[in-house]
Design a protein around this ligand. Sequence first.
Ligand code: PAF
Length: 282
Amino acid sequence: MQIFTDKEQITEVIDAFKAHQLTIGFVPTMGALHKGHLALVEEALANNQKVFVSVFVNPTQFNNSKDLEKYPRTLENDIKLLESISKDILVFAPTVEVIYHGNTVSQSFDFDGLEHEMEGKFRQGHFDGVGTVVKRLFDIIRPDNAYFGEKDFQQLQIIKKLVSKYKMPVHVVGCKIHREKNGLAMSSRNTRLTDKQKEAAAFIYKTLKAAKIQFGTKSADKVTSWVSSQFESHDVLKLEYFIIADIDTLKPLKRKAKNKKYRAFIAVYAGEIRLIDNIALN
Ligand code: PAF
């Protein structure tokens, strides 16, 4: 397995791949890899001649310094996991200096309002940080196809917008959410949950599934109130938001329209760990 930490070496290798017209698949990650990430890598391996995985905990997308500090960093184990799938994967694990050149700040983006909804409201500056790092990584790796999980559905829509606004020749592929046996969406943050929190967190997906059924006959407002009431007296989980939104604009649904697609989005705290999830409603 080849592991790159600086831009010069990886650029040489990518130049050679491009000269031979090899297709490049790319899976950007912040490490602490789990089965959800590995599924993205499998998808990339199945559809590209070369596959890069980046492992980089991007400081500018954290609005909470404690979260950044506690974010799991497990590069050795990540490499072992990737090797267990294929020795041909190329890993890019740059330092903050390589990506930010001593100036660890985000560029400001206009994602046509997608950045102001949900996660954008509760995590100020988060999507500027994501946009900055993904744009820089795309400029370095120059992928044909890039793979992102639907757990971060808002991020996925924003990256599609980034690519279209900057006319980047990258096909952004969204991949379905992978779940633990109890339904909890896989996330690197899950490793920080206690057993009790993990068990309790099954309630998130259970509630999303029930909300989906209710959405068949009830208004978005009614479903939203019902979900809030379910969390009111929960002894482990604290609801931050539950929103039913149009999948294209990410704006909260006011009145259902026939030709529109909707998703329910949720953010919940288990102690100090923030968990997000979502479900397609129609
Ligand atoms: O989804 C993530 O892990 C991150 O937001 C990403 C896309 C790797 C950018 O740092």
